[in-house]
Design a protein around this ligand. Structure first.
Ligand code: GDP
Ligand code: MG
Length: 377
């Protein structure tokens, strides 16, 4: 799946004149031609429309090819396998019963809460579904299923205000991403995966090892840098993270890097120090790049469930988190956490981690996610 596109230069930009709307046709006075010239075969039109457009598109990547969409579908399906095979999968089978009675509502609620959707978010989803069921006088299970699907997607799309910085056009001259999160969440691995993806898309990528608190963390990023084939700027353990960031940005400016990704510590001596450090990093980035970081990505470990939400609040309170990377989704049967993140944090999930390899990263797409969870095996 392509995530990053080089900024269009003037020669590459489509010729504006060619795209200008056509002049109004002057010779035509507006007399309607005979109706027979305009016989429209509606079925044929519909067939043509279906053939021209792929059945689905990804919300954040509108020009994804059918092959890329198929890849995302496969990755999402793999990452949600445990959740689907676990409790959540029971939902898929609930709608075959003719009458959707109170017992079923209760069961649905229990499943959602037990899948880490959280009480508040489950309440919001079920209120929305119930009120539509009531308004439309729906009785049939299959129709309730459709409404539930719609509302699950709607919850995930609540925070989706604009596509991620790397898929917007024009992409910034130097795209700067700051990656934050507690230790062990999956920051360094996710950075390696992103670096791999952006590099494959043709970007020159530079990594900054600003998690200087642990020697192993620096080494880990260096090892990934070698594997992926991207440069890593690192200092000695326990050195000033701000200095690493400064050097990374300078190297990017001198070497014309397209994408800079900065790894940060998950813990310092105390929590408030960490948040101050992250704010300082932001200020250093902004010296030469006032509109950066273009995204501050919080990596959350999907297996930590509701605890992850608590951690997330600490970060969102201190630094402006613009997106979530939901790592280790493949390792949990409680993928309902994605709904809680969207609804309670109001931050879009940008990526899901689907395994430990550098290719195990997929864009998060609400429809793909919900359909994967509701798919019957
Ligand atoms: N199964 C799985 N494991 C992951 C994923 N992302 C990270 N990990 C593993 O989680 C552990 C911690 O990751 P790391 O990147 O070092 O976390 P950091 O401390 O936040 O930098 C490592 O063993 C990773 O291999 C994922 O998407 N799926
Ligand atoms: Mg790390």
């Amino acid at each position: 799946m392509r995530f990053w596109r080089r900024k269009q230069t003037e020669e590459q930009a489509p010729n504006e004149a060619a795209l200008a709307p056509e002049e109004e046709f002057e010779g035509y006075e507006g007399d309607e031609p005979p109706a027979s010239d305009f016989e429209i075969d509606e079925d044929e039109l519909e067939r043509q429309a279906l053939a021209a457009e792929p059945e689905f598109e990804l919300d954040d990547y509108e020009d994804a090819t059918p092959e890329e969409i198929a890849e995302v579908h496969e990755q999402t399906s793999r990452a949600t396998e445990r959740t689907r095979r676990g409790l959540f999968g029971r939902i898929a089978g609930m709608f075959t019963r003719a009458d959707f009675d109170d017992d079923l509502w209760e069961e649905l609620e229990e499943i959602l809460v037990a899948s880490d959707t959280g009480i508040q978010t489950t309440g919001a989803i079920l209120d929305a579904v119930r009120s539509r069921v009531r308004e439309e006088g729906v009785k049939q299970g299959l129709r309730v299923r459709e409404i539930l699907r719609d509302e699950l997607i709607a919850i995930l799309e609540e925070p989706r205000r604009e596509p991620p910085a790397w898929s917007r056009q024009p992409v910034p001259e130097t795209l700067i991403l700051l990656v934050v999160g507690v230790n062990g969440a999956g920051k360094t691995t996710s950075i390696a995966k992103m670096a791999h993806a952006f590099k494959r898309d043709g970007a020159t990528v530079l990594l900054g090892a600003a998690d200087t608190f642990r020697a192993a963390a620096i080494d880990q990023l260096k090892v990934w840098g070698e594997r992926v084939g991207v440069r890593v700027i690192a200092h000695q353990p326990n050195s000033d993270p701000g200095a690493v960031v400064f050097d990374t940005i300078s190297a990017a400016d001198n070497g014309k890097a397209d994408v800079v990704i900065i790894d940060t510590a998950g813990r310092l001596h105390t929590k408030s120090n960490l948040m101050e450090e992250l704010k300082k990093i932001n200020r250093i980035v902004q010296r030469n790049h006032p509109d950066a970081p273009h995204e501050t990505l919080l990596v959350l470990d999907a297996t930590t469930g509701q605890n992850g939400l608590m951690q997330a609040r600490t970060f969102t309170g201190a630094v402006g988190v613009t997106g979530i990377v939901l790592a280790k989704l493949d390792g949990t049967a409680k993928g309902g956490i994605a709904f809680a993140i969207a609804h309670e944090l109001d931050i879009p999930v940008r990526f899901i981690g689907t395994g430990e390899r550098m290719t195990d990263l997929a864009p998060f797409d609400a429809r793909e996610f919900v359909d994967s969870l509701l798919a019957q095996e």
